[in-house]
Design a protein around this ligand. Structure first.
Ligand code: 3H9
Length: 731
């Protein structure tokens, strides 16, 4: 008896989160308390179930108001519970308890209400939201569907077309729009107070309180209208290629439309949810959700490290990168000043920024007033004195170390002494840049990806002397700019470009051995990459490496022989409409270039390759293994902190499919013993050391372990020396 009591007590205190219960004016106010964003963890579910039971059994209670503590209403189910054993009261038991509560219930949506959070609100009789609140069903981003009745209830309020759009984009809808869509009933500045008054009024004046499950009009209206589902399928095919959950969501809504019995729809949703839960894409996508949050933390920088307040930013260079970075700051509400040495360039750069904002206005993504406000934060001039008061200056000029040295010397003299000076270099030595200044602790690399206002990746390059405060500030600013920020040690190619080098080199070797560019691209695109390597090389320009080699009097490495010969024949890629593919003027669509094939034959022969048929499987294996093996070296040198940091880099900067969880997750999912076996096989068949298994992989495979955190400093493989030939020049 005592033991049973003790077990129950221990289990109880181990529960995560709680629900505060308070009576105000005969209304039970339930406040979900599970900081920072109130997910529906076991303690919250138990708390909700028990609190509703308590409110129902108290005769003095006239109604219930449900709200959240702090900045969130409820951020959804507790994502960390997926894939494990879920204890205690289930979410669906809580939802049913809420929906059939004998007293009227109002959801007082004080802040974010996402996923299971919005689903909770949809089980209440009424919903009132704060002006600043937003709602959404973002489960699709985790490889899931809204499995707490969201696929059945949201269409009943918003209509199936709008509900599908919300669920397939996973977007957040602000309160005002949610009101117009019929998702909420009202907006208030004092959401809890007003909800209490509202529920008392309803309790006194109305006998029946609406349940979303009973609202069938929009379902009946949609019956037989194929257009809604066809449009959703087209949308999913375009924006969520290769993903499993979108199709499941559409099937759920189809059931909501066609089934007369609401509970049958719920049952169908439950079955389809379970299939998502068990699908490997769910694990991969949740790995990235937590991975992005882990990557923003630096293992040896204490959590409470103070950060600098960034009130004004300066940018050196008004080209594509400089302009894009300036937009990131302006979009985050931070005034930004751009410097260029050339007046014409500056004018052009600023007008490109304005055009980008105009484009957003035309697409309805920004109002004219919002454009004025945000563009109003961008200023520019030719005079460095205008950025002397900036808290951070980011240099974004072309890759020339001497030029960067000159710029940093000037910045060091002019910009206030405690400001951070950052370089957007994609490959140059941050320590060498730091050495020309008197503030090496304030020097850091901030490698944005082009177009910087769109791409989410921010590689933060940590120099030998970069201080903790500088790093913590950059990670905080990364979050403010809505970037996925990942720290890399200062080493050639940092994380992303170093891996890309091995990958494109292998794609080029496959071309030399017999595969054609479109076959390689199609194989990798069917694996899930946004863009195959030859389309990408054509986009970037084939001439970069070729020009650098010519200038340095260097011979083409084997993997670059074909690309360099194409350049000799004036085929530079998209920039002059011919490269590995042909392009028609003004179009980026690649067309096969059969005229290149004799050149491929010739160069293969000259280099001793008998061109052969190569399977798609070999193409995918060899390109992925090159990525994985280099990634493992990057990890064992401590250049990346964790395997998942590499995954975050590859997904946000290099078009790797999120539903495969990144190259390192893919390796873990394959099994490292299998990875080593394949590496050995290709090492033997090609003789190429790219496939010599990384020591870390061999060690982990032997122990049956997975790629995880970088080893401690003492156990690390020696970091590659900073060789200024630069990884990029080898492409
Ligand atoms: C679902 O609801 C399924 C149901 O339909 C049906 C089931 C049957 N769970 O992002 P932040 C943590 S699926 C657990 O830095 P922000 C996060 O890891 C869910 N933990 O803050 C971080 O921890 P740490 C559908 C969560 O202000 C901390 O909270 N819901 C959850 O930048 C702060 O997070 C979603 O997909 C969670 N649900 O952004 C919403 N949410 O400090 C997912 C957050 O240890 N969440 N954490 O690193 C988000 O989109 C953002 O976190 C949010 C806040 C916008 C809420």
């Amino acid at each position: 008896m005592y033991n049973a009591f003790l077990t129950k007590f221990i289990r109880r205190i181990a529960l995560k989160g709680t629900v505060l219960y308070e009576i105000i004016d005969n209304v039970a106010v339930l406040t979900v308390d599970n900081p920072p964003v109130n997910p529906l963890s076991d303690g919250v579910r138990t708390g909700l179930y028990e609190s509703i039971t308590k409110a129902e059994s108290d005769d003095s209670v006239k109604g219930v108001v449900l709200t959240g503590n702090g900045r969130a209403f409820i951020a959804g189910a507790d994502i960390s519970e997926f894939g494990g054993n879920v204890e205690g009261v289930s979410l669906n038991e809580v939802f049913s308890k809420l929906e059939f509560c004998s007293k009227p219930v109002v959801a007082a949506i004080n802040g974010i209400a996402l996923g299971g959070g919005l689903e909770t609100a949809l089980c209440c009789n009424y919903r009132i939201a704060a002006n600043s609140a937003f709602v959404g069903l973002p489960e699709v981003n985790l490889g899931l569907l809204p499995g707490g009745g969201g696929t059945q209830r949201l269409p009943r309020l918003a209509g199936p077309g709008e509900a599908l759009k919300m669920m397939l984009t996973g977007g957040h809808v602000p309160a005002k729009k949610a009101l117009n869509m019929g998702i909420i009933d009202d907006i208030s500045d004092n959401v809890v107070e007003d909800s209490i008054k509202f529920v008392l009024d309803k309790a006194e004046n109305e006998e029946n309180h609406p349940k979303v499950r009973d609202l069938n009009d929009k379902m009946i209206e949609a019956r037989g209208n194929d257009k809604i589902l066809l449009e959703a399928q087209a949308m999913a095919a375009k924006s969520r290629k290769g993903q499993f959950a979108p199709g499941q969501i559409i099937k759920c809504v189809e059931a909501a439309i066609n089934l007369d019995d609401f509970d049958e729809g719920l049952k169908k949703e439950g079955e389809l949810f379970l299939e998502c839960l068990l699908h490997p894409q769910r694990e991969a996508m949740i790995h990235i959700f937590f991975g992005e949050r882990a990557a923003s933390k630096i293992s040896d920088v204490p959590k409470d490290t103070p950060t600098k307040d960034i009130k004004k930013a300066g940018i050196i260079g008004s080209g594509t990168m400089g302009g894009g970075i300036a937009m990131c700051f302006a979009n985050a509400g931070i005034p930004v000043h751009i410097i260029d040495q050339d007046e014409e360039n500056l004018k052009r750069g600023v007008s490109v920024i304005e055009k980008n904002y105009d484009f957003m206005v035309n697409r309805g993504r920004l109002s004219a007033e919002q454009k004025d406000a945000v563009f109003g934060l961008v200023s520019s001039s030719l005079d460095y004195a205008d950025i002397s008061d900036c808290d951070i200056v980011i240099e974004a000029v072309y890759e020339n170390l001497e030029l960067k040295h000159d710029i940093f010397k000037t910045l060091d003299e002019i910009v206030k002494p405690d400001a951070i000076l950052a370089s957007n270099t994609s490959g140059l030595d941050i320590d060498s840049i730091a050495q020309v200044t008197k503030r090496p602790e304030l020097i850091v690399g901030t490698h944005f990806f082009s177009p910087a206002n769109i791409m989410r990746l921010l590689e933060v390059v940590r120099g030998e002397e970069t201080s903790n405060e500088t790093l913590a500030t950059i990670m905080a600013i990364g979050k403010k700019l809505k970037k996925a920020a990942v720290v890399s040690l200062n080493a050639p190619g940092f994380i992303g470009n170093r891996m890309l080098f091995g990958y494109t080199a292998q794609a080029n070797m496959l071309l030399l051995e017999g595969a054609l560019p479109h076959q390689i691209d199609q194989a990798l695109e069917s694996f899930g990459l946004n863009m195959g390597p030859f389309r990408m090389m054509d986009l970037v320009g084939l001439d970069l490496g070729w020009r650098a080699r010519k200038l340095g009097g260097k011979e083409s490495p084997l993997h670059a022989k074909i690309g360099d010969e194409l350049c000799e024949q004036n085929r530079f890629g998209q920039k002059n409409s011919k490269g590995y593919y042909n392009y028609t003027e003004g179009s980026r669509a690649p067309n096969a270039a059969p005229e290149n094939e004799s050149l491929y034959e010739k160069i293969s022969q000259e280099n001793g390759f008998n061109r052969r048929d190569i399977s798609d499987e070999e193409i995918i294996d060899r390109c992925m293994l090159a990525l994985i093996n280099e990634g493992a070296d990057i990890l064992s040198e401590g250049v990346a902190q964790r395997a998942v940091d590499i995954d975050v880099v590859y997904i946000n900067g290099y078009g790797f499919p999120i539903w495969r969880g990144g190259p390192m997750h893919h390796a873990n999912a394959m099994g490292l013993d299998k990875v080593v076996e394949k590496l050995n096989k290709y090492h033997e068949s090609t003789g190429n050391d790219v496939y010599k298994p990384s020591e870390l992989l061999v060690k982990l495979a032997e122990k049956g372990e997975r790629l995880g955190d970088a080893p401690n400093k003492d156990d690390r493989k020696e970091k590659l020396g900073f060789e200024m030939s630069s990884v990029a020049n080898n492409f």
